[in-house]
Design a protein around this ligand. Structure first.
Ligand code: NDP
Length: 283
């Protein structure tokens, strides 16, 4: 079974579109502000996808595009201004940033109530404590994809390869919340294949083309491949899709798997923030 993120995201985006059409009879449209520094081709392409998706569902999306040599101070002031802008519900700072900018300081300047990516320590802290929160977009998107295909993770062994703050670590928490037993692997893990072969559910978020092949997975595994690796203008996942396809019960393609679901989760987060800002205030 192919876990079709593109189609699932489209279906879910259509539902969001209808909700926004209803809401805008009464309130202003939700608004996502995107800050981009420089013109890194991958970032430009991600941003284009996010802007297009937002606009397609009736969400206002504005791009604040800065030159590569913008100062930390100017970025800081911009984020502060967007924090105070009553018209903005969600904000994202497209990463990576140029080396001279303090990524940690700038991302944590985004107000938790406008944190569309779900990266803010307050939102992540709430998630780790099991409290209602805005979830990191990629893990959230993956959970929604599993739900869409009725894949029950309860009692399953989920092995996660990669422990980043934006993917590996939070997806471990979300899967554990749903009743899975978790193993998290990383660059220091000895005998990676020993662990991946035990996975009922395998999440791979490393950034290395075809790190995982058929010899490293068991029959019937469900695979979520987060990796995006561009080689000779073509995109590849961290999992060798063709090699593992026969063994896997379900797998996300790259592209068209986790990526579109990440964008959907970003829009959904923005919509939740909008509900807090506009709808609750007007109740
Ligand atoms: P990071 O670079 O932040 O983290 C990579 C992780 O992989 C680290 O935990 C690292 O371990 C681990 N790792 C590196 N080499 C190995 C190895 N040989 N064996 C096992 N683990 C290893 O990555 P992200 O999670 O941010 O992103 C990973 C990939 O996913 C990238 O290709 C990125 O482009 C893509 N991505 C895709 C998204 C989507 O929407 N589809 C969203 C976000 C990311 P250690 O901690 O020990 O260094």
């Amino acid at each position: 079974m192919i876990l079709d993120g593109k189609n699932t995201a489209k279906l879910r985006n259509d539902i969001l579109k209808n909700k926004i059409a209803e809401d805008t009879k009464q309130y202003r449209a939700p608004h996502l502000a995107i800050i981009l520094v420089g013109s890194h081709p991958a970032s430009l392409s991600y941003i284009k996808g996010k802007l297009r998706a937002a606009e397609s569902i009736g969400m206002k999306a504005t791009l604040h595009h800065y030159q590569e040599d913008v100062s930390s101070e100017e970025m800081y002031q911009k984020i502060k201004a967007l924090n105070h802008d009553q018209d903005v519900d969600g904000m994202i700072l497209q990463l990576p940033l140029p080396k001279h900018l303090d990524e940690e300081m700038l991302t944590s300047t985004i107000d938790a109530s406008k944190d569309a990516d779900g990266f803010h320590v307050l939102n992540q802290g709430r998630m780790y404590q099991g409290k209602p929160n805005i979830k990191p977009a990629t893990p959230y998107g993956m959970m929604l994809l599993l739900e869409a295909y009725n894949i029950d993770v309860k009692g399953k062994h989920a092995v996660i390869v990669g422990r980043s703050n934006i993917v590996g670590f939070p997806i471990a928490r979300l899967l554990m919340d749903m009743g899975a037993t978790i193993t998290v692997c990383h660059s220091k893990t000895k005998d990676l294949a020993y662990h991946t072969k035990q996975a009922d559910i395998l999440v791979v978020s490393v950034g290395r083309k075809h790190l995982i092949d058929a010899s490293m997975v068991k029959e019937g595994v469900v695979i979520l491949d987060v990796g995006i690796n561009k080689v000779d203008q073509k995109l590849y996942g961290d999992v060798n899709y063709d090699d593992v396809y026969e063994k896997a019960k379900a797998i996300t393609p790259v592209p068209g798997g986790v990526g579109p679901m990440t964008i959907h989760a970003l829009l959904l987060n923005t919509y939740h923030l909008y509900e807090n800002h506009v709808k609750i205030i007007h109740k």
